[in-house]
Write a protein that binds this ligand. Sequence first.
Ligand SMILES: Cc1cc2nc3c(=O)[nH]c(=O)nc-3n(C[C@H](O)[C@H](O)[C@H](O)COP(=O)(O)O)c2cc1C
Length: 222
Amino acid sequence: MDAKPPEQVGLFEALYSTRALRRFKPDPVPDELLFQVLDAAIRAPAGSNMQIWHFLIVRDQEKRRRIGELYWQTWASYGKQYVDDPSRIDALPRQMRLVVRSTDDLARHVAEVPVHLFVCGPAQAAGTIYPAVQNVLLACRGLGLGSVLTGFHRGHEAALRELLGIPEDQVAHALLPVGWPRDRIGPVSRRPVRKAVSLDAWGAPWPFADAQPDEGWRERWV
Ligand SMILES: Cc1cc2nc3c(=O)[nH]c(=O)nc-3n(C[C@H](O)[C@H](O)[C@H](O)COP(=O)(O)O)c2cc1C
């Protein structure tokens, strides 16, 4: 491969810094990098190793424009309060404000993102699709690309089938816009492990986790 990744990212550095990136430069994503992303995606675990995923790449500008319309329709309904009155976004607490602002931004500009990647499979196969989706996100991180797992295309199944020829027995589980990020990559903030874990019985604390800093061990890796 000619184009070397911009940096070599360690596995744990990637885990602590692969966040939802929703603002992109217009620069194209070369096939070589997209192939690397998908060649990593198909390494994911799959139920009975059936590998029933299908990755539908949309580069065509007119199709992306149409997908953007459908995506916007969902946001205009789901995020109606913010679309009707954008000043409500400013009034949100910081963390929420950043998420809603970038979600709104992507909904307005998704058509301009150079690659729309749909991860498809049978309707019941979400459990096998999502590990591959996570591999896409991590592989993008490793190459300096950005992406975000989105579901705003859901609810427009018929229109997408017609536009993209998706067969009746397949569903586009996730839409990942892929491009060169405008925003800072990482860090990922989360509630601490201690709030998400029990030891031996539901709700019983795990003392080891209780003794760790709430920000976790990110500093060891990033
Ligand atoms: C199942 C699922 C559906 C999601 N759908 C959307 C979506 O439609 N639009 C969007 O902008 N982000 C979507 N996200 C991204 C989440 O908002 C994001 O992962 C979360 O806020 C954490 O962001 P961070 O990694 O930047 O902290 C989705 C994530 C998941 C797991």
